[in-house]
Ligand binder design. Structure first.
Ligand code: COA
Length: 258
């Protein structure tokens, strides 16, 4: 895969997407969002890829936000379209991907950067990471799902505080409020994500995709998460992985999923 602003590295069952605009702290411009969409789409349809890790290049930033220089002169229509297209192409797309996505937050994750990390299925941060939604300091509100996903992860009160103050929280604070699952030194960040990925790859990809769908259903308007869970649970019984997983258990051996 050849891109201008991102790099994709494949390591056996794992893909690492590196957002590669370090001079702009990996800010998400239109081109980067389109490339990320293409990369996630291609990796999700590659059956050999079991987990995707997304991270930023350099030691300073995961992503310092949407590229402010691109939208500074936008009007209502253009602003609406920016959020709508971004959510559709990247943020909702990542959240609903059947392949697990881990965000390795290696520095600033601000605005669209934190929104991208929150769209991933879970997050691991390095000790230098700083996270926040500074949009109201620019006279905006988060437009890539931040007003929805931040309260889901940290609770309404904490989310309101972070959005209203436009402040940044440290990696440790992010862990305390449930925004990230682990905090490690920067050199340990990718190794830990890879270790978590290898635990995931031992399990049934089909079942994991169903679980992602069921968990996400709880956060989708007008969808009954419990009903989706029942449906996806039932569907699992018709898969080869279910047959192999239960057979292996009963035969007291490790499963060998396709
Ligand atoms: N959009 C466009 N460019 C950005 C950017 C963004 N969101 N964030 C950083 N950059 C650019 C800077 O303009 C600068 O470019 P330049 O060297 O051509 O002038 C470069 O990245 C380095 O950033 P700089 O501000 O010099 O680094 P810093 O260490 O002093 O500060 C931050 C780091 C993250 C605190 C600061 O860059 C910042 O506040 N960025 C904007 C964060 C934000 O509001 N994001 C939400 C957008 S909706």
């Amino acid at each position: 895969m050849n891109f201008e602003n991102i790099l994709v590295e494949l390591k056996e069952n794992l893909a690492v997407i590196l957002i590669n605009r370090p001079a702009k702290l990996n800010a998400l411009n239109k081109k980067t969002i389109e490339e990320l969409h293409e990369a996630f789409k291609a990796l999700d349809s590659d059956a050999s890829v079991k987990v995707i890790i997304i991270t930023g290049s350099g030691e300073k930033a995961f992503v310092a936000g949407a590229d402010i220089s691109e939208f500074a002169n936008f009007n209502i229509e253009e602003g609406t379209e920016l959020a709508r297209k971004g959510q559709e192409l990247l943020f909702n797309f990542v959240q609903n991907l059947g392949t697990p996505v881990i965000a390795a937050v290696n520095g600033f994750a601000l605005g669209g950067g934190l929104e991208l990390a929150m769209a991933a299925h879970f997050r691991v941060a390095s000790t230098n990471a700083k996270m926040g939604l500074p949009e109201v300091s620019l006279g905006l509100i988060p437009g890539y799902g931040g007003t929805q996903r931040l309260p889901q992860l940290v609770g309404k009160g904490k989310a309101m505080e972070m959005i209203m103050t436009a402040g940044m929280i440290s990696a440790e604070e992010a862990k305390e409020c449930g925004l990230v699952n682990y905090v490690v030194e920067q050199e340990e960040l990718l190794p830990l994500c890879e270790k978590l990925a290898s635990k995931i790859t031992r399990n049934s990809s089909t079942a994991i995709a169903s679980a992602i769908k069921a968990v996400n259903a709880n956060y989708t308007n007008c969808v009954n998460g419990f009903a989706i869970e029942i449906e996806e649970f039932g569907v699992s019984f018709n898969t080869n992985d279910f047959e192999e997983g239960t057979t292996a258990f009963l035969e007291k051996r490790k499963p060998n999923f396709e």
